[in-house]
Every structure is written in structure tokens, then in C-alpha cells.
Design a protein around this ligand. Structure first.
Ligand code: ADP
Ligand code: ASP
Ligand code: MG
Length: 816
């Protein structure tokens, strides 16, 4: 004998019921089959809503009733369209609906609904669905019987969550099936009767349990739970897209997963089948060929210590603490007895080893009642200040890792908590069952999706890690970066196991957010049609989405953007700055960003601030972490100044060269920002700071080679005029260099704790002498490289190389 249970969605429409019949056609011929059905999907909730309205005196409960009726009528109409004798079923359904209406009218009249009435009312859902399905089977010539489970499953009168009297129940089932030899017997799930013949229910989701009770009593060969997903998943598939069905589970694992929130299986379901060692399968009505999950005595030998991750929402955490608890036996006993008397279920307990506090998790809805009861029970101790009144925190969730083999594997909790920590998920309490079959943590409800996704990634998708990028500033460099991300996406996924997704894009006018990742093929059009840009709005989105491994990338030169980094870091969102303002601004600000990055475990990288894509800062950091010390830095760090001095000679006018540099985009709109050396000063300042020296920009001595005339010019146009007037000054600089057999280079230097920048005559043979085009060069003299410096040289300007520097920062963060 087999027991098959079909859930709400499976019997949710005529189309779905036909799928159920197809399954029965395949399953039932081999053996006698018991079919347990839920109410049509959503009906139980609608019944509750209607009754609450009726109880509150709201006449609109009638609308809910009409909706409930028409759902059932529609299903009957569609199932019995071609049947001549559909009158019987229509009459039966209408009779039940009339009875239901009378009950609702009664509740409306007296404005009251007791748990007893509620159970009576909810029984209509399953009674209606099972009647409809039974008659459909008859009309399609199945050899079927109907049995009202209320005549078999007997409970106490703990309405809404009744406890089964197994002795009576098993006897009833046994007797009933001794006589009944039909191929298929249809029964309503979820509902039962008390010894006093009142309708009771087995708790929300209880049809699974009804089926298990029948399977155990009948010594069935298998219990099949047919639902709308292909088995028990590695985690809630509604919250984690990458979740996958688990092929095999042990009974214990299934108990833990369902107890900790895997709604696909009602927690009490496993026990009856476990005791009889009946195998339990979870299958998908809409994909009957999918393997589903098989639950037996043995956990699968697939080597995975963690089998699933589940979550329970709406948790309240209660903490009882005080010095009066230390060393005094019986406190916990009194506490838990108090809760038991109130029939409050405890989901998780932790006690600190100092015995100074006990902390436990219960359902949010029980929190008020628990608080009153406990403060009452410990009134005396609280009055004497031996205990504090109980502390209640709500809006929390529990997440749990589950697996039989976890106890044999070291370091699972370490990986769990470091994954959560890296993603800034604050853990309020931790509990590990003595069986070590589960580790659970209490976290904020708002963090659940992120926590499940990142834990799922750690334990099940070791192969790919998702990186979520929020990019602001999509000019020249930004555009190249997006191109690189698009081009390299599959390579990075395949070889580095990273899934790079651009979730947010913004320029100064519009912004665009897409939780599923922006399609990079036509980002420009999408961004043009995006909403109005706002720095705060962009941050708010990134915060609310609360995605794991989020990275904010600033490709602007805007000081307001540079001011918002702390807000990202505080959300544990890493920051990549192409913008130099933050790192070359006030020392205090730079230091505070570094501190926030440490505190919130979020990277703060800015490789492109110096030498564009050249790995200057990364190399410097590696030297320092390896214990080295930077003594001196010599560098040529300005692409624009190199361009100017590489092209300026006796046959060209300084004015024309600067003009050309400006026109070709090598300088800022006001070329003085480059020519005055301020930009280079900022770069050497950043290198000095990264080397561990505390300097402000004012401490960098800046030797200006421009004339006073040039600096004083009130407009860019006037500035260019001064270049013509002062050509002699610039030619003199050139000729002096030529006379000394040298080249003019704008050099940045850091030595003996002092930084300076200025134009130098570089003699032949010096590493700077042959520097071409836009190339940059940096030489680090360190303890390990005292005479022969560590040299980094290469293209130090240009949109493509800068974008690849940003790309490298992204990969650094992702690989961390
Ligand atoms: P039924 O009406 O068939 O009893 P339920 O709604 O009670 O179905 O349970 C199935 C649902 O459980 C799935 O649609 C899914 O959203 C949810 N669910 C939560 N956690 C899990 C999990 N770990 N595996 C599978 N489903 C889960
Ligand atoms: N119909 C009931 C509920 O929605 C029982 C079940 O579907 O298992 O809770
Ligand atoms: Mg269910």
C-alpha cells in the first residue's frame, strides 16, 4: 500500500487536478493507494480572512465567501464539463458551501470566533477539495472510495493544533482498511475530530501529517508528498535562485530542516514514518519525472556535510539576565515551566557559560504573552534587583545549517560565521544542538535573503561567487569598464568562478537599478530611461537590496561622491575609488575610511589613483604586509606632463604643445591643474600615506615651473596667452636640459619622510631618461630593495588601462 498526499497547489485548479489524475493512473495500478488532499491552494487562508472579518463585524466577509464559492464552482465546472451527471457533485458542493455560509453568518452575528469554531470552519477547505476529487475519480472510472479522515484521526481538543491519540487512530484506520479494498481511497488532510466529536485541525500545513499518520498505521511501503517543487531544496527556493533539490536525506535531517522552516514538509510528518521506517518521497506534481527527494534512514553518501539551510521568520529573542542567576539551580527550570504553562513553544535556547543570562527564541506572536508570564513569575527576583525584567527583541529570524555529517567536519561553524561576518550580517545568538546536526543563528529579518544566499554560495556553490557592482560615473573610463565586464564575463565565470553583475549604474543625470543584473548590451538606452540620479537614492537602493559581495565603484572626479564612501562602508559594501579626492584629501578622512573598511570588513581600494592600471599600490601593500619598509620613492606619475615634455623641443612652441595635449584629452580642462603639479602631488601623497607616513597635501612641497603670469591668469584663455608671452622662460628650461645632456621630467619624490614634486633635468642613463609617451614609472627603495629599487613601469594614463585597473580591484575584492 502507498499513501500519496497532494498539496494545495497540486489541487489548485481543474488543470492541476487532471495532472493529479495522471499521476494516479501511473501509481495506483501496482498497489492499493491512499490519497490525502489539501484544500484548494489559498482556501485555508481565505477562510481565516473571511472569519476574521465576520468576527470584526465587517459585512465584507460575504465577498470573501463569494470568492471561495466561485473558486470551487469554477473547478467543478471545468472538471465536469463533459459529464452528464455533474448534478450530484454540484449539489454536494453547494450543500457544503451553504453550511459554511451559515457558520460565517453565525460568527458575524455574535462577533466572536473561538479556536473550536475556527477549526470547524477550516475543515470545509479539505472537505470540499476531497469531495470534488473523489467524484472526479468516479466520473473517470477509477475504482475509488471516499473516507472522511475525521472518522479515523482522533485528537485531544487542543484546537488549531490538536494532538493525535495514536492508539484510537491506528485502530480506526486498521479497521477501516480491513474492509475497504478499493484501488484508491480519497481522504481530506489536515482535519480530525476530538474524542468529543468536535472538528479539530492538526496545525497549518497539517495534511502532510495526516498522510504520514495513515502511512504508518497502514504499514505503507511508501509515503509520497506531491507538491509544487521538485523535492526538499538545499534552501528556500523562493529566496535563493541557485537552490537545488536534495536527492537523499535522513529522517533526522528532514526533521531538522522542516523544524527550522523548510515549509515543504510539515515538521511532525517525519516521526510516524520514521518509527515504521517507511520511505518518504517529496515529488513535484508539475514535473512528475523529476527525481525529487527521498528520505530514509540513511543520509546520502555524497560527502556533503551540510545538506540544507533553512530559515524561520518572525522570531522574538528573549533574554533573562542578572547576577541573581549565577550558581543558583532551578532558574531555567522555572523559566521553561512558565513557558510550558503558557503553551509557548521554544525554538532555540542559548545560555552563556557565565550563567549570567539565558537567551531563547520564540515566535514573535508569543512574545507579549511570554514577557508578561516571565516578568510575573520572577517578580520577586526582579524587585530585589537579582534579575532584570526580561529583554525582548523582535523582527528577527533564525537560519540553520543542517546535516548528519556536520559533526565529523571541523570548521563548519567557522565558515558559517565568517561568511555571515563578511557580509555584515549581525548575529544576535547562536545555538548548536547536542547532536551537532544543526547550527543555528538568530539574525535580523532584513538580512535573511542575503544570509541564505551567501551561505548557500559558501556551502553549495563553492564554484561561483556572485559580485554585485554599483557603478557611478559612466564617462570614458566607466564605459570601458562596462565593456570589459561584458567581454570578460564568461571567462571570469569559468576560470575565476566569479559571477560579475552590474546591479546599479548612475551618471550625474539618471540612475538604473536591476536586482537581476543590468543587461550590458544596451545599458546606455536603459540608463537614459532610468530615474533621476541621486547619490543618496543610489546608496539607499544598495542598502535595501542588501546583496552579498556588494561593491560601490566611483568613477567620477566629484567631491560629493567621495564624501559618501563612509555610508557604503558602514553597510559592508566595498568601495573602489577611481576618484582621487578621498585618498588625497584630509589625512583624518583617509584614515577614517581605512578604519571603517577594517571595522565593517569591506574593502576600500583605489589602485587607479596612481599610475592608472599599473599595480603600484598593490605592490606597495604587498611589500609592507611582507614586513618591508618603504624608505624612498622616486616616480614620474603624470601622463599629461610626460606628453608635454616629450613633445616640447627647440622646434615646437610650449604653447602649441600644451594646446595639443589639451585637445587630445591628456589634460584637465584647465591644464594648470596638471602643469602646476597638483595632480602629481596628490599621487605622491597617496603613496606616502600607503607607506605608513602621515602627511597632508600641504606638506608636499610643490615646485612650480609655470611663470607667475601663467598662474595669475584669470581664465584658461588668458593662461594660454601667457604661454606665448613667456615662451622664452620655457625654452630656457629646455635648453638648460639639453646643455646638461638631460631630459625634462616632472618628478615626484618621497625621501626622509618628506615629499616634493617638481621639474627635473634627468641625465642620460637614469631609468627616467627614456620614459616615453604616457608612461609612468615608480621606484621603491625599501629595506629589501635598498640599492636596486623595485621598479614598476608602463602606461600610466588612458581610459582603457584605467578601466583595467578598476577591473583588477574588483577581482581583488572578489577573491578575498
Ligand atoms: P503544499 O501546498 O504542496 O503542501 P507548501 O506551500 O506547504 O506546499 O510547501 C511547498 C513550498 O515550500 C515551496 O513552494 C517552497 O516555496 C517552500 N519551501 C521553503 N523551503 C523549502 C525548501 N527547503 N525546499 C523546498 N521548498 C521549500
Ligand atoms: N490546508 C491546510 C493549510 O493550508 C493544510 C495543508 O495544506 O496542509 O494549512
Ligand atoms: Mg504544505
Amino acid at each position: 500500500m502507498k499513501v500519496l498526499k497532494f498539496g494545495g497547489t497540486s489541487v489548485g485548479s481543474a488543470e492541476n487536478i487532471n495532472k493529479v489524475l495522471d499521476i494516479l493512473k501511473l501509481e495506483s495500478p501496482s498497489t492499493q493507494t491512499v490519497v490525502v488532499v489539501s484544500a484548494i491552494g489559498g482556501i485555508t487562508n481565505k477562510l481565516i480572512r473571511a472569519s476574521q472579518k465576520a468576527c470584526d463585524g465587517k459585512a465584507s466577509y460575504e465577498d470573501d465567501f463569494i470568492e471561495i464559492s466561485s473558486i470551487h464552482h469554477k473547478v467543478v465546472e471545468e472538471l465536469f464539463l463533459k459529464e452528464k451527471d455533474s448534478d450530484t457533485i454540484k449539489k454536494l458542493v453547494n450543500a457544503k458551501l451553504n453550511e459554511l455560509k451559515q457558520l460565517l453568518d453565525g460568527i458575524f452575528l455574535i462577533n466572536e470566533i473561538s479556536p473550536k469554531t475556527s477549526d470547524k470552519l477550516l475543515s470545509f477547505g479539505e472537505l470540499l477539495s476531497s469531495t470534488i476529487i473523489y467524484h472526479t475519480l468516479l466520473s473517470r472510472s477509477f475504482n475509488a472510495e471516499f473516507k472522511n479522515a475525521q472518522e479515523l484521526i482522533i485528537t485531544d481538543d487542543n484546537f488549531t493544533n490538536a494532538n493525535v491519540d495514536f492508539e484510537l487512530t491506528n485502530l480506526n484506520i486498521d479497521l477501516c482498511f480491513k474492509r475497504n479494498k478499493a484501488d484508491i481511497t480519497v481522504l481530506p488532510g489536515f482535519i480530525a475530530k476530538s474524542v468529543h466529536k468536535e472538528s479539530t485541525t492538526l496545525g497549518r500545513g497539517g495534511s502532510d501529517y495526516s498522510a504520514a499518520i495513515l502511512a504508518a498505521a497502514l504499514n505503507a511501503t511508501q509515503l509520497q508528498i506531491w507538491t509544487d517543487v521538485s523535492g526538499m531544496y538545499t534552501t528556500n527556493p523562493k529566496l535563493v535562485k541557485q537552490a537545488k533539490p536534495i536527492k537523499e536525506l535522513s529522517y533526522q535531517e528532514a526533521i531538522e530542516l522542516s523544524h527550522f522552516g523548510a515549509k515543504v514538509l510539515y515538521p511532525p510528518t517525519v516521526l510516524p514514518v520514521l518509527q515504521k521506517e517507511i520511505s518518504l518521497a517529496i515529488k513535484n506534481t508539475f514535473e512528475p519525472k523529476a527525481l525529487g527527494t527521498t528520505i530514509t534512514h540513511n543520509s546520502a553518501n555524497d560527502g556533503l556535510p551540510v545538506k540544507g539551510i533553512s530559515n524561520i521568520d518572525r522570531i522574538a529573542l528573549m533574554t533573562l539576565q542578572g547576577n541573581g542567576m549565577v550558581g543558583v539551580p532551578g532558574f531555567s527550570k522555572r523559566l521553561f515551566e512558565t513557558l510550558a504553562q503558557e503553551k509557548i513553544n521554544i525554538i532555540l535556547i542559548t545560555q552563556s557559560s557565565s550563567e549570567h543570562s539565558i537567551c531563547f527564541g520564540i515566535k514573535d506572536e508569543d512574545a507579549d504573552q511570554a514577557q508578561t508570564a516571565i516578568d510575573g513569575a520572577f517578580e520577586y527576583e526582579i524587585a530585589l534587583n537579582k534579575l532584570e525584567p526580561i529583554i525582548v527583541e523582535t523582527d528577527l529570524s533564525i537560519i540553520a545549517l543542517i546535516g548528519d555529517k556536520m559533526k565529523n567536519h571541523q570548521g563548519i561553524s567557522g565558515r558559517m560565521f565568517s561568511t555571515l561576518g563578511k557580509n555584515n550580517v549581525n548575529i544576535r545568538a547562536i545555538a548548536q544542538g547536542a547532536s551537532e546536526r544543526n547550527i543555528s543563528a538568530v539574525i535580523a529579518k532584513a538580512d535573511v535573503k542575503k544570509a541564505l544566499n551567501s551561505l548557500h554560495e559558501t556551502f553549495f556553490e563553492v564554484k561561483t561567487k556572485q559580485i554585485n557592482l554599483f557603478i557611478t560615473g559612466v564617462g570614458n573610463v566607466g564605459e570601458r569598464l562596462l565593456n570589459q565586464i561584458k567581454q570578460q564575463h564568461s571567462y571570469v565565470k569559468k576560470h575565476l568562478k566569479l559571477n560579475l553583475r552590474v546591479v546599479g549604474l548612475s551618471n550625474s543625470r539618471t540612475m538604473l537599478i536591476d536586482d537581476d543584473g543590468i543587461k550590458l548590451e544596451d545599458w546606455k538606452t536603459q540608463l537614459d530611461q532610468g530615474q533621476r540620479a541621486s547619490l543618496q537614492g543610489f546608496l539607499d537602493y544598495a542598502t535595501q537590496l542588501n546583496l552579498r559581495n556588494s561593491v560601490f565603484i566611483d568613477i567620477t572626479a566629484n567631491s560629493e561622491v567621495a564624501q559618501i564612501y563612509p555610508d557604503y562602508l558602514r553597510q559592508s559594501i566595498s568601495v573602489i575609488a577611481c576618484n582621487k579626492i578621498a585618498c588625497s584629501g584630509k589625512l583624518q578622512y583617509y584614515k577614517s575610511l581605512k578604519a571603517l573598511s577594517l571595522k565593517y570588513n569591506a574593502a576600500f581600494l583605489f589602485e587607479t589613483n596612481v599610475g592608472a592600471g599599473l599595480p603600484v599600490i598593490d605592490t606597495l601593500n604587498h611589500l609592507i604586509t611582507s614586513g618591508d619598509r618603504i624608505n624612498e620613492i622616486q616616480a614620474v606619475l603624470s601622463g599629461s606632463l610626460n606628453f608635454v615634455f616629450n613633445n616640447f623641443n627647440a622646434t615646437t612652441a610650449f604653447h602649441d604643445v600644451v594646446k595639443q595635449a589639451k585637445e587630445e584629452g591628456y589634460t584637465e580642462p584647465d591644464p594648470r591643474i596638471d602643469l602646476s603639479g597638483v595632480d602629481v602631488a596628490r599621487k605622491i601623497l597617496i603613496l606616502a600615506r600607503e607607506s605608513g607616513y602621515e602627511l597632508e597635501l600641504e606638506d608636499v612641497s610643490l615646485e612650480n615651473f609655470l611663470t607667475k603670469n601663467a598662474m595669475d591668469a584669470s581664465s584658461v584663455e588668458d593662461f594660454f596667452k601667457t604661454l606665448i608671452e613667456d615662451e622664452g622662460h620655457y625654452q630656457a628650461l629646455y635648453h638648460s636640459a639639453v646643455n646638461h645632456n638631460a631630459q625634462l621630467k616632472f618628478v615626484a619624490e618621497f625621501k626622509n619622510g618628506k615629499a616634493k614634486v617638481g621639474l627635473r633635468e634627468i641625465a642620460k642613463g637614469h631609468p627616467f631618461y627614456n620614459l616615453e609617451g604616457k608612461d609612468n614609472i615608480v621606484m621603491f627603495y625599501t629595506e629589501l630593495y635598498p640599492e636596486q629599487p623595485m621598479i614598476i613601469k608602463g602606461a600610466g594614463a588612458g581610459a582603457d588601462v584605467t578601466a583595467s585597473g578598476l577591473f583588477a580591484d574588483i577581482i581583488r575584492i572578489a577573491n578575498n
